[in-house]
Design a binder for this molecule. Structure first.
Ligand code: IPE
Ligand code: IPE
Ligand code: MG
Length: 244
């Protein structure tokens, strides 16, 4: 196979941190006349495959949006199905990815989840506490506004004025650099309360694919597009050229 325009080469800039809004599991299942829970199971498996591929390509951090604070208002059966996926598969699946020396962190208000699920998440995090460097954040019961408000309250409790840097260190993602690339699958073009503070200079990429069909190749396509973009951070092209 020749080198197509969507192929990763030695020249491709690989984002250090990819954040992923995994959307479209329900519609993927509905189209196939399957229950939504099957969509979520396929989505979870795809999430693992994508993370493995991303780390193979040289990505060092991934943050994946698995459940929002708003999603907690979904029907009880759907939520139970999602919690059962965590109960039955999370440790094994995450163990597989993290065995490459990746530290797992859960970001979000975990106290909103059932106690036994919290326990599994804590144990999964602890198993990777020995790793430094690469990292995966799974956003569960996560909402960016909630994250920001909690950070503000912590700053007030400490009686300290914040700087941009110190504020970032009060967020759930304190240990992770800002995302370089945010990918959303499932055709919607919005952030749905994801990483609102951290996304300030992220490149955004939207895919029409429903998450279970967002293949490794689709991820490569997103990275190739990211690589071709000019990140100016407010500067002019001339300044970028002279590294001013
Ligand atoms: C994303 O898929 C996963 C979660 C929000 C848990 P959806 O469940 O939102 O799928 P659609 O958007 O209904 O297709
Ligand atoms: C965003 O998807 C949350 C996750 C992917 C976990 P939603 O399906 O909840 O987003 P909206 O409601 O369409 O904005
Ligand atoms: Mg959705």
């Amino acid at each position: 196979m020749g080198i197509g325009k969507n192929t990763i080469t030695g020249e491709t800039k690989i984002p250090l941190h990819i954040a992923l809004i995994m959307d479209g599991n329900g519609r993927w299942a509905k189209k196939r006349l399957l229950p939504r829970s099957v969509g979520h199971k396929n989505g979870m498996e795809r999430m693992i495959g994508l993370m493995e591929h991303a780390f193979d390509l040289g990505v060092e951090y991934m943050t994946v949006y698995a459940l929002s604070t708003e999603n907690l208002r979904r029907p009880k059966e759907e939520l139970e199905g999602l919690f059962n996926l965590i109960r039955n598969h999370f440790k094994e699946y995450m163990g597989r990815v993290c065995a490459r020396g990746v530290r797992l962190r859960i970001v979000g208000d975990v106290s909103l989840l059932p106690e036994d699920v919290q326990q599994i998440l804590r144990e999964s995090e602890e198993e990777t506490a020995k790793y430094e460097g690469k990292g995966i954040n799974i956003a569960l019961a996560y909402g960016a506004r909630n994250e920001i408000v909690q950070a503000v309250n912590r700053a007030i409790e400490r009686g300290e004025k914040v700087t941009e840097e110190s504020f970032a260190s009060l967020l759930y993602t304190a240990e992770t650099p800002d995302p370089d690339l945010i990918i959303r699958t499932g055709k919607e073009v919005r952030l749905s309360n994801f990483l609102l503070y951290q996304a300030a200079y992220a490149e955004l990429y939207f895919s029409d694919k429903m998450f279970p069909e967002f293949s490794d190749k689709e991820l490569e396509k997103a990275i190739v597009e990211y690589s071709a973009r000019t990140r100016r951070f407010g500067k002019t092209d001339e300044q970028l050229e002279t590294k001013e």
